[in-house]
Design a protein around this ligand. Structure first.
Ligand code: A2P
Length: 341
């Protein structure tokens, strides 16, 4: 039989993408339930030509749900995730609420599908599976095939992150501010305390005592959990740039063993979910616009790090759609794995 699926946060940027992807990928469904805040209750959303009515998320929303896709923020996940799991649903959670919780699988299907072995929606015994942070997913899609070959000893990441990671309202504000700035008006600052249009700024996640923000530390911790591997040193600088929905990342890698450019290309060209975009002659490399609405992560600027004498360093530039592979697509792929087990 087919699962009854709920989307928590259906009206949000990631929630709407869940609807798209379930349709596009012909996800087998017995029923689809859309949940959001009381503000959205009664609104309708189109799915496969039908109007579905959005319901208010409540404590008893999950008795008739087999798989619940959550993307309504960490607070909602913390409160309603365990309730959904206790009611028998398997929760696929896009927030950071449970990512580092022991026993909760943190999964990128192309990389560590085995981490969710044993979780089944048919048993109705519940469970929570966490979707990693968007920047982590996009980086690891490109870096993991290289890590498996040569062992990443140290990774230095600089991100150029899109508005979408901060939700629909942030994307709307970037568009509005851009118009306002072009018209010479004062820009509206409801979401971020800074002008975003024609500017960039350090990621808005909470700053820690050591000078890193939470987004940066997520990349450090989540990578080790996803790889089940602690012998890697990671540092990151996360920046928001005025781009709508795809993240870019510059990644410097130091390996335990030599890895040539040619071998790196060969490995990446054989990796599912990765497309190489690396045309030096045309100066054509990944861009956020090219990556937008695509499932694959684009990888380019693959080159030996000339600051190293040996063959143990490489630089990469990657772009990936934050709403797709960074969030909704990865979660739907997790749900697809659930169907098979
Ligand atoms: P709503 O549209 O009713 O506010 P985004 O990440 O794009 O900002 O979307 C956030 C999603 O989380 C939206 O679907 C939003 O619903 C939902 N959400 C926010 N707060 C709540 C809440 N208290 N209960 C249920 N859903 C919520």
């Amino acid at each position: 039989s087919e699962p009854r699926v709920a989307i928590v946060g259906a009206t949000g940027a990631v929630g709407q993408e869940f609807l798209e992807l379930l349709d596009e990928r012909d996800f087998p469904l017995k029923e689809l339930k859309l949940l959001a805040s009381a503000r959205s209750a009664g609104k309708t959303m189109k799915f496969q030509g039908q109007d579905l009515v959005v319901e208010e998320l409540k404590e008893d929303s999950f008795g008739d749900v087999d798989i619940a896709l959550f993307s309504a923020g960490g607070g909602i996940s913390k409160k309603f995730g365990p309730l959904a799991s206790d009611a028998g649903a398997v929760v696929v959670d896009n927030s950071s609420a449970f990512r580092m919780t022991e026993g909760v699988p943190l999964v990128i299907p192309e990389i560590n599908a085995e981490a969710m072995r044993g979780v089944s929606w048919r048993e109705r015994t519940g469970g929570i599976i966490a979707n990693p942070n968007c920047s982590t997913i996009i980086a690891l899609m490109a870096v993991t095939p290289l890590h498996r070959e040569a062992g990443v000893r140290r990774m230095v990441v600089s991100t150029y992150q899109a508005a979408s990671g901060a939700g629909q309202a942030a994307m709307d504000e970037l568009v509005l501010q851009t118009k306002e700035a072009l018209e010479g008006k004062e820009v509206t600052k409801d979401i971020f305390p800074f002008q975003y249009a024609f500017n960039l700024f350090s990621h808005n996640s909470p700053m820690q005592d050591n000078g890193y923000n939470e987004e940066e530390l997520k990349m450090v911790k989540e990578t080790k959990k996803i790889w089940s591997y602690d012998d890697v040193s990671i540092t990151a600088t996360c920046i928001r740039v005025p781009v709508i929905r795809a993240h870019a990342e510059s990644i410097n890698l130091e390996f335990d063993r030599p890895l040539s450019e040619e071998r790196a290309r060969e490995l990446l060209s054989g990796s599912p979910g990765v497309t190489i975009s690396d045309d030096r002659a045309a100066n054509s490399f990944p861009t956020p616009l090219d990556a937008s609405y695509k499932d694959d992560v684009l990888v380019g600027r693959i080159r030996r790090d000339i600051s190293r004498e040996d063959q143990n360093g490489l630089d990469l530039f990657v772009c990936g759609d934050q709403i797709r592979k960074g969030a909704a697509l990865n979660a739907v792929q997790i749900a697809e794995l659930l169907l098979d087990q």
